[in-house]
Design a protein around this ligand. Structure first.
Ligand SMILES: Nc1ncnc2c1ncn2[C@@H]1O[C@H](COP(=O)(O)OP(=O)(O)O)[C@@H](O)[C@H]1O
Ligand SMILES: [Mg+2]
Length: 344
């Protein structure tokens, strides 16, 4: 190696991409670098040094971590990279990859732990898996919907003819139930094959559209404080208006339905680096973490009268516009849907 000046290794370790932590047999933190401190969102009044490292372990991983730590400290073996979750000082869950190796301390054995933040990578993986799942479910559903819609349409036609010939009270019910089934099938076809709708791309003022949607819900929002924060309202977005309006309708409807008693809904809009960001945040019931991956699956609903088609439509619309969707939710606190759409 060529050196032109003395290298400050400590500075390198402090700022290296991985969090580095050394713990003793009580799992007390004896050393940490700046990256670990930042990753775990520690502060001067909430330090990392001398803390019990197991405070940061996600409950799902307590047992396995105990085993791995004993493997390092007692058996002096390396604990290879493993994907886990940690909980930061502010309560955020972060996806990490952790490797531990024995470290020979002066007095007692110590464990040197490397922590790599893989939150972004995991998010991208999850999104991709979700897209794959959706497109295969979508294709399957569209196939069935198509096959079932045609005979049902024929039956509906014959019921109408029958109604002209005779007047039986059941016929009304048959017709209206058939109509419901056809609406569901059409919804399904719409979300699984939105490109078939052939809607032209136009310039859209999304803020005006958001206001129009809010207006539609005014009767249902007496108990809700609606807070709008629109910026760059003059920048128009190129897209398929009906599809996008329907998506934001679905998201706002869900936000309203998530609030049982009193609550707030924040609707934010801004344009940054050619991307329109729309955030819809509610202070509603929230979504349990294990259910997040179900969102967008056709017919997945936790509501008595839900259709489970709203978010399927939203995801299809966002994909169609080459945008991105990010969902953050805390049970009992609320949910944010962040939609990012390229404006051109
Ligand atoms: N803002 C939200 N807050 C809490 N849960 C939500 C929210 N949006 C969606 N969900 C959950 O996702 C499910 C699917 O939503 P959606 O596809 O719109 O169908 P539906 O509203 O008909 O149930 C809902 O049943 C609900 O459990
Ligand atoms: Mg809905």
């Amino acid at each position: 190696m060529n050196r032109t000046e003395t290298i400050d290794f400590e500075q390198i370790i402090e700022r290296t991409l991985s969090g580095v932590v050394i713990i003793d047999t009580n799992s007390t933190v004896m050393y940490h670098n700046q990256t670990a401190y930042d990753l775990l969102e520690c502060k001067v009044d909430n330090p990392l040094l001398s803390r019990d490292f197991s405070d940061f372990l996600h409950p799902h991983y307590h047992e396995i971590c105990k085993e791995r730590i004993s493997q390092i400290l007692v058996n002096k073996l390396v604990a290879e990279e493993m994907e886990q979750k940690l909980i930061t000082c502010s309560g955020m869950v972060v996806d990490v990859e952790i490797k531990g190796i024995p470290y020979n301390g002066d007095k007692a054995p110590l464990a040197l732990i490397f922590i790599r933040d893989i939150t972004k990578q995991k998010k991208a993986e999850r999104l991709l898996a979700h897209k794959d799942k959706l497109s295969s479910i979508g294709q399957f559903a569209a196939g069935i919907a198509h096959e079932v819609r045609n005979p049902l349409t024929a039956v509906k036609g014959f019921v109408q003819l029958l109604k002209e010939e005779m007047n039986h009270s059941y016929l009304e019910t048959i017709e209206s139930e058939l109509q419901k089934a056809l609406v569901t099938l059409n919804n399904l076809l719409q979300v699984s094959k939105p490109e078939q709708l052939n809607e032209p791309v136009t310039s859209i003022n999304l803020c005006e559209e958001l206001d129009a949607i809010i207006f539609l819900f005014q009767e249902k929002t007496y108990h809700i404080e609606l807070i709008k924060n629109y910026q760059n309202t003059d920048i128009l977005l190129l897209g398929k208006k009906n599809i996008l309006v329907k998506s934001f309708f679905n998201l706002i409807k869900n936000a309203i339905e998530a609030i049982n008693d009193k609550g707030k809904i924040f609707i934010e809009y801004n344009v940054l680096d050619g991307i329109a960001n729309i955030k819809i945040t509610d202070t509603g019931v929230g979504i349990p973490e294990e259910k997040l991956s179900m969102l967008g699956t056709p017919f997945y609903s936790t509501k008595d009268t839900g259709t489970g088609m709203g978010l399927t439509q939203v995801l299809a619309a966002v994909m169609e516009h080459k945008g991105q969707i990010n969902i953050e939710s805390k049970l009992g606190i609320g949910t944010t849907f962040h939609i990012a759409l390229p404006i051109h």
